[in-house]
Design a protein around this ligand. Structure first.
Ligand SMILES: Cc1cc2nc3c(=O)[nH]c(=O)nc-3n(C[C@H](O)[C@H](O)[C@H](O)COP(=O)(O)OP(=O)(O)OC[C@H]3O[C@@H](n4cnc5c(N)ncnc54)[C@H](O)[C@@H]3O)c2cc1C
Length: 368
């Protein structure tokens, strides 16, 4: 029911304006608020904090609807199943009351700021520094490639509170950007895909926040908190991957039935049939694996290695499916007016963010 509702909302409210958001390279706040009113924000947060009291299965239904409708730049998945859980799992009661209901309504738009110009795969290299000064932190540093970076007004920031301790000196601190001075947004970065998402640079120049904005009871827990949340973040990339594969396949099957060459439908060529038979088989395998990962995650048992497998294998599959489907569209597949062209561009980053697929293989290899 939630999937149907999300699909209807996204088709009626977002899809008609999506081209405009792609051109402007940013969504509007109104769409976030509408999504909040429709119950699509914080579906897995408890009702006492303004959420819908659901689980990751509910988030999965919403993300699948986003990719099936084809509005992949709408950054609510990250807000819902990456940013909000940090506050739910590590926030104090006061922090949860303060931030989660406003995230559920769309008043606050969430971002997670880990990556820096000099620290991507190797997050231990984070240089952004938070120094204690009385009952405040003074924060200096810069972040890049931050999803929702222009719109976000609640940022979970990865900082060093004690650089000498390396990973153990890392802490997560929440910044409500409307309430601080010294915070600046840099460029809305010019990307090859996911154009409507405002991926940006962020700068922190002597930004002061109360020490009570720390997530967790003591400093230095940031790395452990990040590691604990990574399985869900990686699984969520798998959600987008499998749903986009399914959409690519459905669009392509429709197209090759209609398109004629040499006096017959493109589907009538044995090459087309074999290609699509292979892709359909692999996407079915991907779906079964994905569903199994979700079931394990809901039961509390999705280990980091399997989550890494899901992220890497499903995003690789997505790249392959979208590329081979585009080929069956011929020249039309290269035209932006055909959704498969945008899917080809949007799919590419899935193998890069959330930990690159090489890093995923490294994590899997450690378990051998
Ligand atoms: C559109 C987009 C949105 C993003 N959103 C966010 C966000 O919201 N928040 C955020 O914090 N970050 C975000 N990122 C950043 C993303 O997570 C990083 O780009 C990613 O982790 C890789 O880091 P890097 O770009 O510095 O690449 P690098 O770490 O410089 O890697 C370069 C290459 O080296 C390889 N490599 C690195 N280390 C190893 C190793 N040990 N063994 C083998 N190969 C290795 C990598 O796999 C890659 O192929 C986003 C990125 C993009 C493009």
């Amino acid at each position: 029911m939630l999937y149907d509702m999300a699909h209807r909302f996204l088709s009626e409210e977002i899809e008609p304006r999506y081209e405009e958001f792609e051109k402007k390279e940013i969504f509007d706040r109104e769409s976030w608020k509408k999504a909040g009113s429709a119950g699509l924000l914080c579906a897995s947060m408890p009702e006492e904090y303004g959420g819908s009291g659901g689980t990751f299965a509910h988030e999965s239904a919403i993300i699948e609807a986003i990719s099936h409708v084809g509005v992949d730049g709408f950054g609510i998945a990250l807000h819902n199943s990456i940013v909000a859980p940090y506050i739910l799992h590590y926030g104090s009661e006061e922090q949860k009351q303060k931030w989660l209901p406003r995230m559920a309504s769309g008043e606050l738009i969430g971002a997670i700021a880990m990556t820096e110009p000099g620290a991507g795969s190797d997050l231990q290299g984070v240089k952004t520094r938070a120094e204690k000064d009385g009952n405040q932190y003074r924060i200096n540093g810069s972040k890049t490639f931050i999803t929702n970076g222009q719109l976000a007004n609640l940022i979970v920031l990865v900082t060093k509170t004690d650089p000498a301790k390396g990973a153990k000196g890392t802490s997560l601190i929440v910044i409500e950007t409307d309430e601080v001075e010294g915070f600046e947004r840099g460029r809305n970065l010019d990307k090859i895909g996911l154009k409507s998402n405002d991926t940006s640079e962020l700068f922190f120049n002597d930004v002061r926040v109360p020490t009570s904005n720390l997530l967790g009871t003591v400093e230095g827990e940031g790395f452990v908190q990040l590691m604990q949340q990574l399985p869900q973040e990686r699984l969520q990339i798998g959600t987008t991957a499998i749903a986009m594969c399914e959409r690519a396949l459905a669009l392509t099957i429709d197209y090759v039935k209609e398109r004629k060459a040499f006096g017959k439908a493109v589907l009538d060529f044995q090459n087309t049939q074999f290609k699509l038979a292979e892709l359909k088989t692999e996407v079915t395998i991907g779906r079964v694996f994905y569903n199994d990962c979700v079931a394990r995650h809901l039961a509390g048992g999705l280990d980091p290695v399997t989550a890494s497998m899901a992220k890497y294998w499903l995003s690789d599959l997505q790249g392959k499916v979208v590329d081979q489907c585009l080929q069956l569209f011929g020249g039309y597949g290269y035209m932006n007016e055909y959704p498969i062209a945008r899917m080809f561009r949007d799919a590419r980053v899935q193998r890069i963010y959330g930990g690159t697929n090489e890093i995923m293989k490294l994590l899997i290899a450690r378990s051998l």
